[in-house]
Every structure is written in C-alpha cells, then in structure tokens.
Design a protein. Structure first.
Length: 367
C-alpha cells in the first residue's frame, strides 16, 4: 500500500525543485541604484501629492464602494482614450481575468499570442472556451488558427509585449478579425503613456479604436498608480458589471486611489516633454548598444531584453550590475520559456545619457 505525501510535503518538494533549478523566487527589498527595472516609464510614481481623503472604500462597488468620483473618472478615461464607456478594476490582472473568464463559453474560441500575460492565460482557463495559441506576432500562424475556430471568436493580443518589448501588428490583425468575424481584446498595459499622442495607446495612434472589442489600460506602469480600466461599448461595460466576478466580488478602490489615478491622467495630458525624452532615450539606447556590439532583442519600446540562457551566469551578471549601481533583475522561467531567460531593462524619461551608456558598457564587460 503506497503512502501518499501530505500537502506540506508536496509543497516542500516543489520548493526543493525550484532550488535545484536555481530559480527559487524570494521577496527582497528594492535594490538601491539607477532604475533600469521599474515600469515607471515617465517618472509619475515619483511625484509627491497630498490627498485628504478617507482611507477605505467600505465595500464592493455594487454595495457601498461606489462614488461619484469613480463614475466621473470612468467618463474622463473613456473620453481620453476615445471609447464609448469604461469600467475601473483594481488591477490589470483582475481586468484581464474578469473579461476573458466571463465573456465566452465552451462553444466559443479564444486565439491568443503565445507571449500573452499570465493574467490572460488564467482568464482562458476559467472561461472553459476552446483555445489555441499562435506564434508570436506571426500573422500566418494566426490565420491558420482562426480557420479552426468555432462559435464566437476572441483574439487576445498586447500592444507591447512585456518581456520582449515587441509591438503587435494591429492593422493586419484587425484585417484578419474582419475576415473571420472575430473580436479583439487588446491589452494596452505597456503602451499606456508610451505610444501615441499623449500616450493614448496603440489603437488610438492607428485610428483603430472602433475596431477593437475591448481595450485594457493599466495604471500601474506609466501612470505610477494602481488599477486598470476596460474600455468598450456601454453594453460590454454593463455586462461586466453583472458577470465579471473579479469586479463584482472585490472591494472597490478607495477614493484616495481614484484621485491618484485622476491626477496621473492630468499629468499625462501634459506629458509631451516626458514622452519625448523617453523616445530619445530609447533611440540612444539602441544606438549605443549597436556601437558596443551588445545584442538585445529588437525593440522600439522602453523594454529592452538580452537573453542569457545560463541561469548561473545570468544571476551572476545581474548581481555584478547591481554592485555597479544599476537596478535590474534576472527574468526566469516560468515568466519566460526555458532557454530564454534574460535580463530585462526598462528605460525611463528620467534616465540620463550617461547612465544609459554606463549601463551598456557595464554589460559589455560582463558578457
């Protein structure tokens, strides 16, 4: 008779496996140094403001947590991003989980880029829909998978992919969506504040917002806050209020958070200089990396990654760069696939030219 392991024993075995793979995660205090790791692309998170508001929200928005502040901000965000309507969620993770898990059923199909975020993958699992991945940014692969789709079809993509910094070919994907009568859910998390006029996102930049079923804009990156918004039709927003469990059964963001988001959007409307500096830094980084023959994954966004598949070497280089005064971290499996472990660098409007060149020189010496 075999003796099964207790739950505690199973947990310990899984952790021991992580240790053997040199991939055990731990919570550490933020490393001191020049910031090349955060998503604070425009420096908004460093802004200091005073908000004289109550601390808590007292409940979910369907009970006691709603307010005129929430409703007014949703109208402002919808208008800013050229959308009919908007619904605020507590995080980008919950926004993706909420819409993807609730919008389809087992008779429908989700086609998703292989590099989509973990939150979207969890939404797919909860949806019970059929699902197929297509090769990253590969239009032919997407076309082939769409041929297999049945029922209502959702295409899940991101404007800017968080580990590569690559941008989706939205115009061609929209063409395909029309051909197959599919609906697009576009995660604009890393495009918010970065792409398009005033950082309105990729869909607005390409004048394609009316062709997108739903857009997700998050506040935790360029906007320097917490939370997210789903943009879509009034019918979609009403549907989510009634069927998206991560919205229905979550304590709402308090007024202090809502006012912080509102303040961040005011900053974004006047962020021409910050966005210009960020674009300049991206071009400088690419030029300097080429001059020093340091091979990063091609990217025209603040996200710049260099693959170092040897985990021991990857961690060693990261630690040495930290000691040199640069704040960056190794990215390991399962965040990226095995053999594609990397250092991910995030550029900001506030990084100086000297900091960028010193970073690349430091990496060059260690690679």
């Amino acid at each position: 008779m075999s003796i099964s392991l207790t739950l505690e024993e199973k947990i310990k075995l899984k952790l021991e496996e992580k240790v053997r793979q040199n991939s055990l995660r731990t919570l550490n205090l933020k490393i001191k140094g020049i910031d090349f790791s955060s998503n604070d692309y425009l420096g908004f998170a460093k802004k200091k403001i005073f908000l004289n508001e109550q601390i808590g929200s007292t409940g979910s928005r369907l009970i006691s947590g709603n307010s005129s502040y929430h409703l007014k901000l949703e109208k402002k965000i919808a208008k800013f991003h050229n959308s009919e309507s908007c619904l605020i969620f507590n995080s980008g993770y919950l926004a993706n989980l909420g819409i993807i898990s609730s919008i389809l059923n087992r008779n429908d199909t989700i086609i998703y880029d292989q590099f989509i975020h973990a939150s979207s993958r969890d939404g797919i699992r909860l949806s019970n829909s059929k699902s197929f991945s297509f090769k990253h940014n590969d239009i032919d692969s997407l076309n082939n998978k769409l041929k297999q789709a049945k029922g209502n079809i959702i295409i899940l993509i991101e404007s800017v992919y968080s580990m590569n910094g690559s941008i989706c070919d939205l115009e061609k994907i929209v063409e395909l969506s029309k051909k197959f009568n599919a609906n697009i859910i576009l995660d604009e998390a890393h495009a918010t504040g970065v792409i398009g006029e005033k950082g309105k996102g990729l869909a607005v930049k390409l004048n394609l917002e009316s062709e997108i079923f739903a857009r997700i804009h998050t506040f935790g990156k360029s906007l320097g806050c917490c939370g997210a918004a789903i943009l879509g039709t009034k019918s979609l927003i009403s549907y989510l209020i009634n069927f998206a469990y991560p919205f229905i059964y979550t304590t709402s963001l308090p007024k202090v958070s809502i006012k912080m988001i509102d303040n961040a959007y005011k900053l974004l409307k006047n962020s021409k200089n910050e966005i210009s500096k960020l674009k300049s830094n991206i071009e400088l980084f690419k030029k300097t990396a080429k001059n020093y023959n340091v091979n990063f994954i091609p990217s025209n966004t603040p996200i710049q990654s260099i693959i170092i598949p040897n985990i021991d070497l990857l961690k060693l280089i990261s630690k040495k760069m930290n000691k040199l005064g640069f704040r960056l971290y190794p990215i390991l499996h399962p965040t990226v696939e095995r053999g594609k472990e990397r250092i991910r660098i995030c550029l900001h409007s506030y990084n100086t030219h000297e900091e960028i060149e010193s970073l690349i020189v430091g990496l060059k010496k260690l690679l």
